[in-house]
Design a protein around this ligand. Structure first.
Ligand code: KIV
Ligand code: ZN
Length: 588
């Protein structure tokens, strides 16, 4: 196109350096008006083929060493791949040597088939077969480009000439395979850049290849359809695949495979829709390494199946180790938001998300006997299935709400805050996160919690007794208030109300309890001082208690928390903690 203005009537862009008119709409969609793929569901896993060691490796800044390839290969086998493209043995000595090493040293399990790639050229095909000598079963994958741009601009060949390259390649593969009868050979052909090829022409070429290979007579044949460049929306790719499958005369005798790249960011969607459109097999890489934007990510597609209750036939339970091997061998970092495995994908910062996760998880705990499947807001899978824990789920910054903070205190430290207490404390946390302009770690949240409610030094409960007196409860005791010991004497219908009555009298303030909650808390969650434990006190429990009190002091609301092995003492300390929040009461 050069610098000439495209001959169309589109509006001149505001910025001439960013001229959308240089592009045109995708022109290779087959005419398909009765497509059936949108009604299909994926109910079983496809045949998976990893191309990490070939397509992935070819795209690396520093290709893998033999040691790295071996480490990666073993991981692929452990994950459960049965077909693994290990390289391009005719292209480089290291590729040839790796193939020989796998075969000669017996690294290939009986149920795993090696696959290698080769161009449709005789000396390369010959060398490829030499590299596979002694393999029990192997897939020889031959390809040539069929797209219009490659025919016209790269090779300068007609459609007939391009078809002939494919026929010649297929013929040579068949001839060389016959020289190694001890191996069970499967032949694979890719009309490279299928996605940008007229679908009828791709079919014509594949028919010609199949005519040579004769899959009808029992020869194993894979026809692999690459979206070498992802050039359109995934539904168009699915149309291409359905059209292809419907029109290939030997469809039932061949395995139809897909190999999608990710140029438009939809390589994985194209593979999924293509599978619905009739394909049997998917080629891709773990974590999506590959030329340019990469290949489709098999791990994500397998986990997508898993999350829909379909057995992916690949095992990612050991995900962190798999990710480590892949990123170390590829020498590529993992994006923190990479689906399923990124550091942040099981994390919720947003308050409403945290709240929903907490509620779903609490609901599931309460209904454990009837909950037969995973159903948690914002979490498509149980992180535990891939070796992650709920530790990762809720993290706190200034966007976080009460649910997240409460979740951390409950899960890590055993404090089960009532809603009104959550509201009170989340304000404190939000202020701190805003002030520090960063995420707060769990231990920082605990420290803030303790500093705010448990370690206040304005009021200290000293000795006391509570006695029933004619239907009323009388509280008599001492409290240290701002360094001074004061006598408290009050009555009420329980220990707390009599304590508050005595305090209010002493302070000359109007103090009323408006909310109260308590729960046992396992002692290891508490950092309490053994000397505080009064063994004579009533209501003593084996577990320590946490008491949450909300009261008004002269009409203003304050909340506090007390902990102790005695529930009564916990309650009274909670009241003092609330009082300490009140400036008026603290003598300010
Ligand atoms: O992307 C591609 O087209 C390929 C082929 C060689 C299958 O990698
Ligand atoms: Zn590729």
């Amino acid at each position: 196109m050069g610098t000439t203005t495209p001959a169309n009537s589109k509006i001149t862009p505001k910025n001439p350096a960013f001229d959308y008119r240089k592009y045109r709409a995708f022109g290779f969609a087959p005419k398909l008006t009765d497509r059936t793929w949108p009604d299909q569901e994926i109910t079983q896993s496809p045949i998976w083929a990893s191309v990490d060691l070939r397509d992935g490796n070819q795209a690396l800044i520093d290709p893998m060493t033999i040691e790295q390839k071996m480490r990666f290969f073993k991981t692929l086998v452990e994950v459960g791949f049965k077909e693994i493209e290990i390289g391009f043995p005719s292209a480089a000595q290291v590729e040839f040597d790796f193939t020989r090493k796998l075969i000669e040293e017996g690294h290939v399990p009986a149920d795993v088939t090696l696959q290698v790639l080769v161009q449709a050229r005789e000396h390369l095909i010959q060398r490829t077969f030499e590299s596979l000598k002694g393999a029990k079963r192997a897939i020889v994958h031959v390809y040539n480009s069929t797209s219009r741009v490659q025919r016209d601009k790269v090779y300068g060949k007609t459609k007939e000439e391009i078809k002939q390259i494919a026929i010649d390649g297929a013929t040579l593969v068949k001839q060389y395979a016959a020289q190694y009868p001890e191996t069970e050979w499967v032949f694979q052909y890719s009309p490279e850049s299928f996605s940008q090829t007229e679908t009828d022409f791709a079919i014509e070429v594949c028919e010609a290849v199949c005519k040579v290979w004769q899959p009808q007579s029992g020869q194993g044949v894979i026809i692999n359809l690459p979206a070498t460049v992802e050039a359109s929306v995934p539904n168009v790719f699915a149309d291409q695949v359905e059209y292809f499958c419907r029109h290939l005369s030997c469809r039932k005798d061949v395995i139809v495979s897909l190999h999608t790249h990710n140029d438009r960011g939809c390589g994985l969607a194209a593979a999924e829709l293509g599978l619905m459109a009739g394909a049997d097999r998917i080629e891709g890489t773990l974590l999506g390494n590959g030329e340019r934007t990469g290949n489709m990510d098999i791990m994500v597609m397998a986990m997508n199946l898993f999350s829909q209750g379909v057995d992916p036939e690949l095992d990612f339970s050991n995900m962190s180790e798999i990710v480590q091997v892949v990123s170390e061998c590829n020498n590529l970092p993992l994006h923190p938001r990479h689906p399923y495995v990124g550091e942040l994908v099981f994390t919720a910062f947003s308050g409403s998300h945290q709240d929903a996760i907490k509620k779903s998880l609490d609901y599931n705990t309460q209904h454990a006997e009837t909950a037969d499947h995973w159903d948690v807001a914002y979490l498509p899978i149980d992180p535990a299935h891939i070796g992650r824990s709920y530790q990762d789920v809720v993290r706190i910054n200034s966007q976080s709400g009460k649910g997240g903070v409460a979740y951390i205190l409950q899960r890590n430290y055993g404090f089960n805050l009532p809603r009104w207490m959550q509201i009170d404390f989340s304000r404190v946390v939000q202020n701190q996160a805003e002030k520090e302009a960063r995420e707060l770690q769990n231990d920082e949240i605990l420290q803030t919690f303790e500093r705010t409610y448990l370690q206040q030094s304005d009021y200290e409960l000293l000795d006391y007794s509570v006695n029933n007196k004619g239907g009323e409860v009388q509280f008599v005791g001492q409290v240290k208030a701002h360094g001074e010991t004061i006598e408290i004497d009050g009555v009420g219908n329980g220990p707390l109300s009599s304590f508050i009555d005595g305090l209010a009298q002493n302070m000359g303030s109007a103090v009323h309890i408006i909310n109260y909650a308590e729960h046992a808390i396992s002692p290891h969650h508490l950092n309490y001082d053994e000397s505080e434990i009064d063994t004579d006190r009533e209501n003593k429990t084996n577990a320590a208690a946490a008491a949450y009190i909300q009261l008004t002091v002269n009409g203003k609301i304050y909340s506090g928390i007390g902990t102790c092995t005695s529930t009564v003492s916990a309650m009274l300390k909670g009241a003092l903690s609330a009082l300490a929040q009140a400036p008026v009461a603290s003598g300010a």
